[in-house]
Design a binder for this molecule. Structure first.
Ligand SMILES: *Cc1c(COP(=O)(O)O)cnc(C)c1O
Length: 404
């Protein structure tokens, strides 16, 4: 029996809810990866906005090794130093007074939604239970978060689904005004829709949501699972807008590749997550917290955050140059190192066709829906890797155009 796993093993042994590419990466360093055959790839995908410092960054490897030889896990019957340091760090660097730690974005959002409902019950009564979110939004894959998310295909066939959820149109304040009322307990929004196509919220939209929440005593929840932890060139995207949410969720880049999530909130709101109301066995796990702490301390510096903005400009320039030659994109958008290139009419729906071509050229990229090529690389990706990755992307796009 062969001891080296193959791609066919995926189809044999794993549930078929994913369809991974044919190659199997086995090693990574910075923004480069190598597969089982030793072929090298440049990583513009970043594990879907997770590998904030690339692969095996020494700062994260050291945190992992150091904590790994000390203490991994206790459960929440005891607290631990790394979790306390991580919570303090997040509080000191954001609007928040209190932090709930968990292991994923879906879990952070689940906590946020449950907290919003509890807060409404505590302060206003059970009738205040409506949650407003947006079409095309994505908030995770638990039953509550797929129901709040605005992509019906993720909740269809899993009913009965939780009730009291309404969907408005992103960047359309009027559509929210039609749904909001004194029975609204929360509005949940991504400051920039990620899975929905890399669509930044307009400042007027977020300002308007803040005002509507204040008017109706509803909580404003920012899902920053994809935009957080330095991704947009600020520690959290709300800082770009100068609009403060009541609850903010973070995961993905927060752990730099280790599963860590967090929900941040104010003292007043946090009180409703009273003793015994919610929990997670792994939440605030010592090993994960130590890694997230190292990631946040490294990322939240002027050098790294400025570097994200500089790299954004570089990505944009390269994509525009490619587009001048090949005319495949209609719009290039995003913030920091979460970038989307929407396909032009002639290539409508063909973003996904770029991915296997890119892999053949030695580049990993992402899509956000059928029509947007997405990039979410390491926040410290070297300029040389950007240039080489873009050369490979251009070759993939030449082949897309040639086969059109
Ligand atoms: C990825 C994502 C989630 C879900 O995070 P998981 O860690 O997969 O549970 C939630 N919200 C947004 C905006 C995301 O991008």
């Amino acid at each position: 029996m062969s001891t080296t796993p193959t791609r066919q093993d995926f189809d044999h042994y794993m549930t078929p809810n994913y369809a991974p590419q044919q190659i199997i990466p086995v090693r990574g360093e910075g923004s480069r990866l190598w597969d089982q055959q030793g072929r090298e790839y440049i990583d513009f995908a970043g594990g879907i906005a997770v590998n904030s410092l690339g692969h095996c960054h020494p700062v994260l490897v050291n945190a992992l090794k150091e904590q790994g030889e000390k203490l991994w896990h206790l459960s929440n019957i005891y607290t631990n130093e790394p979790a306390l340091k991580l919570a303090r760090t997040l509080v000191e660097r954001t609007f928040a007074d209190k932090v709930y730690l968990c292991s994923s974005g879906g879990e952070a959002n689940e906590a946020a939604l449950k907290l919003a409902r509890r807060y409404a019950v505590d302060h206003y009564g059970e009738q205040k239970d409506k949650i407003i979110s947006f079409s095309q939004s994505f908030h995770g894959r638990t039953l509550f978060t797929v129901s709040v998310g605005g992509q019906p295909k993720y909740s269809q066939g899993f009913g009965p689904v939780p009730g009291g959820i309404l969907h408005a149109t992103f960047n359309d304040l009027e559509s929210v005004r039609q749904l909001v009322g004194d029975d609204t307990c929360a509005i949940m929004v991504e400051p920039m829709q990620g899975e929905g196509g890399i669509i930044p919220a307009t400042p007027e939209f977020l300002t308007g949501l803040r005002e509507l929440c204040d008017k109706h005593n509803a909580l404003l929840v920012f899902d920053e699972v994809q935009t957080g932890a330095g991704r947009t060139g600020e520690l959290y995207a709300y800082k770009n807008y100068g609009i403060t949410p009541d609850i903010l969720t973070s995961a993905k880049s927060l752990g730099g590749g280790f599963p860590v999530g967090a929900m941040l909130t104010s003292d007043k709101v946090a009180k409703s997550l009273a003793f015994g109301t919610h929990g997670s066995t792994y939440g605030g796990n010592a090993l994960g917290s130590a890694i997230a702490l190292a990631a946040i301390e490294f990322i939240d510096t002027p050098e790294v955050l400025e570097g994200v903005k500089t790299r954004h400009d570089l990505f944009r320039e390269h994509l525009e140059t490619i587009n001048r030659k090949h005319g495949v994109f209609k719009e290039i958008r995003g913030m920091g190192l979460l970038i989307g290139a929407q396909m032009s009419d002639a290539f409508e729906g063909r973003a996904k066709d770029i991915l296997p071509l890119a892999i053949e050229e030695g580049l990993m990229a992402l899509i956000a829906g059928p029509n947007v090529l997405r990039m979410a690389p390491s926040l410290v990706i070297p300029e040389a890797d950007i240039a080489e990755g873009m050369a490979r992307l251009e070759r993939a796009i030449e082949r897309l155009v040639a086969n059109a």
